[in-house]
Design a protein around this ligand. Structure first.
Ligand SMILES: *[C@@H]1O[C@H](CO)[C@@H](O)[C@H](O)[C@H]1NC(C)=O
Ligand SMILES: *[C@@H]1O[C@H](CO)[C@@H](O)[C@H](O)[C@H]1NC(C)=O
Ligand SMILES: *[C@@H]1O[C@H](CO)[C@@H](O)[C@H](O)[C@H]1NC(C)=O
Ligand SMILES: *[C@@H]1O[C@H](CO)[C@@H](O)[C@H](O)[C@H]1NC(C)=O
Ligand SMILES: *[C@@H]1O[C@H](CO)[C@@H](O)[C@H](O)[C@H]1NC(C)=O
Ligand SMILES: *[C@@H]1O[C@H](CO)[C@@H](O)[C@H](O)[C@H]1NC(C)=O
Ligand SMILES: *[C@@H]1O[C@H](CO)[C@@H](O)[C@H](O)[C@H]1NC(C)=O
Length: 398
């Protein structure tokens, strides 16, 4: 009896948390899903806050929570979509959650390997500030020869079919160009959705979708008005930033310089270089956005090649001749100085009879005698250092 009454009290204080109802997934645009649910009508919510936990399972796992009962997600839907939602009850700061309810969208129908592969897209900011779009792809391995592919792009709420296709040898579309799109060139991290479906008399063609970050696929324009000058050994390049809504500081540049005389190549992003002025150079420049303003895109094409300077082949000969002259002069000067010194030296130290027999003396006793004799003309400095007592010696030398 005691146990039963305790149980009843527990139920009264802590309400059960019930999962949401009527969870639905609806495709609201190309590669866009609307998730919707309703609060459980049986859920008591006296003085408590209700939120919802949402968990996207595929194609890209993601988890978040919301106070609303709907949510919009952008994802490639060709392989289906699945998600879960549950109630989160916060009562007096303590969160408790319900069981999950799950919803799925089936994969888009079509035979295997009929989807396009290797889709790649590039955008370009055109002169009036509009953005062009070009996409290429390969037909699926299993796509019949009569397959006709159709490409659509979606940007925000705008969806449009490709106006201009290029075909392969079986006249299947494999490339599309939009001369102008609704893509805003100054937006950051917006998505460009590409949807390619198709038709064939022999098979159902499975659609393919891919999301691209608009910044990552923007191929930057080539820098304009490039001018190169060579003064002394300074190679100076100036140019204007590529056509773009972004500022000058947002760009980085790459320089490709070839010394046409030596064949040396330099790839650099600096625009002032110290070079050998006696060579001819070819220079190309390209640009990309750096990290300062937004994520980098695709490097621009290289500019046209610009040539500067002249190869001066004779100049090296001149150099050698100059060097030779200088060397010769130096040698002569040195010789003159040596001569002069010798002359002075010989004046200072007049030739003195050499004691040639000093070490060859067969009679060491005589030698000993000679050393101690004041009349000796010993001149060796070493001998003087020995402190000979022959005082007359000093006078005879100096
Ligand atoms: C759930 O959907 C059913 C049928 O569409 C509807 O009758 C019911 O009112 C809905 N429940 C809620 C809580 O909206
Ligand atoms: C919650 O409120 C309802 C009426 O609004 C009341 O009948 C019920 O007893 C309350 N529950 C709790 C646990 O306070
Ligand atoms: C809700 O909270 C208020 C004060 O915060 C309290 O007076 C009231 O009794 C609570 N109601 C329920 C149903 O718990
Ligand atoms: C297509 O993509 C696959 C894998 O992504 C790659 O191995 C293959 O080389 C690509 N084919 C062409 C023609 O680019
Ligand atoms: C540029 O875009 C505007 C509107 O976005 C359009 O009216 C105009 O025709 C476009 N210009 C070009 C050259 O495509
Ligand atoms: C391709 O997709 C577009 C946009 O969803 C649709 O309007 C069109 O009917 C589809 N074409 C085929 C052949 O499935
Ligand atoms: C390039 O320079 C010329 C003259 O120096 C100028 O008229 C022209 O407008 C410049 N071009 C660009 C794109 O700024």
């Amino acid at each position: 009896r005691v146990a039963l009454s305790f149980k009843l009290m527990w139920v009264r204080i802590v309400h059960a948390v019930l999962p949401p109802v009527n969870f639905t997934l609806t495709v609201s645009a190309l590669a866009q899903v609307l998730l919707q649910w309703e609060p459980n009508p049986a859920q008591e919510q006296n003085n408590s806050t209700i939120r919802y936990d949402v968990k996207i399972l595929s194609p890209e796992p993601e988890e978040y929570d919301t106070r609303r009962t709907h949510s919009v997600r952008t994802a490639a839907l060709h392989n289906g979509f699945s998600a879960r939602v549950r109630t989160l009850l916060l009562q007096e700061g303590i969160p408790r959650s319900s069981n999950w309810v799950e919803g799925n969208l089936p994969p888009l129908p079509g035979a295997t390997e009929t989807s396009v592969t290797n889709l790649s897209c590039v955008t370009h900011v055109t002169i009036p500030g509009n953005v062009s779009l070009r996409c290429t792809w390969l037909p699926g391995q299993g796509a019949p020869e009569d397959t006709k592919y159709f490409l659509f792009y979606r940007y925000e709420t705008h969806t449009e079919e490709c106006p201009t296709y290029t075909k392969d040898k079986w006249s299947r579309n494999t490339e599309c160009r939009f001369a102008s799109t609704q893509i805003k060139p100054d937006e950051i991290d917006n998505l460009v959705v590409i949807h390619i479906n198709g038709s064939s008399r022999h098979a159902a063609i499975k659609p393919f979708q891919q999301l691209f970050n608009q910044n990552a696929i923007e191929k930057v324009n080539i820098p304009r008005n490039i001018s190169i000058s060579l003064e002394q050994n300074d190679l100076l390049a100036t140019w204007e930033k590529p056509i773009s809504p972004f500022h000058e500081e947002c760009f980085e540049h790459e320089f490709y310089l070839i010394n046409l005389k030596s064949g040396n190549q330099i790839s650099s992003s600096s625009f002032q270089l110290w070079v050998d002025a006696s060579s001819r150079y070819s220079i190309r420049i390209r640009a990309n956005l750096n990290h300062i303003c937004r994520a980098p895109g695709v490097w621009s094409d290289w500019s046209d090649t610009i040539y500067v300077g002249q190869n001066k082949l004779e100049s090296s000969t001149t150099w050698i001749l100059t060097l030779l002259c200088v060397c010769t002069s130096c040698t002569l000067l040195l010789a003159a100085i040596i001569c002069q010194i010798n002359h002075v030296w010989s004046k200072l130290f007049p030739p003195i009879p050499t004691p040639s027999n000093k070490f060859r003396d067969p009679f060491p006793t005589d030698y000993e005698r000679a050393r101690t004799c004041p009349s000796s003309t010993e001149t060796e400095v070493g001998s003087l250092a020995e402190g000979l007592s022959c005082s007359g010696l000093d006078d005879s030398v100096f």
